[in-house]
Design a protein around this ligand. Sequence first.
Ligand code: DQA
Length: 172
Amino acid sequence: MTVSKDVDKDVDKGVSKGQGKAERPSQELRILVVHGPNLNLLGKREPEIYGTQTLADIDADLAAGAKDLGIEIEFIQSNHEGDLIDRIQGSMGYADGILINPAGFSHSSVALRDALVATGVPVVEIHLSNVYARESFRRRSYVSAIAIGVISGLGAPGYRFGLEALVKRLRA
Ligand code: DQA
């Protein structure tokens, strides 16, 4: 079991080779966790909506969950749409499933959705807040229809629930 904190190196390796494939060091399930824009500010950003846990706290909890589940997990965060797309493409042949909080790009990015579909792996979409109980523009997510499931409004624990559900689906 390997828990790595940042997939940049391996994912970039896949992209730079132009193969869309990175090496697969083991047979354990590999989950890529993708955090979208402004989630690097968690803990400071609108805590009444998003809670007080930092992104590092959430990743640490997911890493503990990955250990319990006996899987490999890697994390990326970016505020840039193209960067997220490059990294998702770079995970092809490498990640068995994707757990993503697309954040603001949920509501705007067809390109991000297309990249997720291109991977061909199951996707679980997470939102800390209940996007259906907020402004109307948050009710539409381009990702939801291509996700196997969506967790919205359960705060930081929602990531762990999403990880468990994704792994359960992959093992079914
Ligand atoms: C969010 C909800 C989005 O509407 C918002 O743009 C975010 C965070 C959430 O986790 O609740 O940045 O994805």
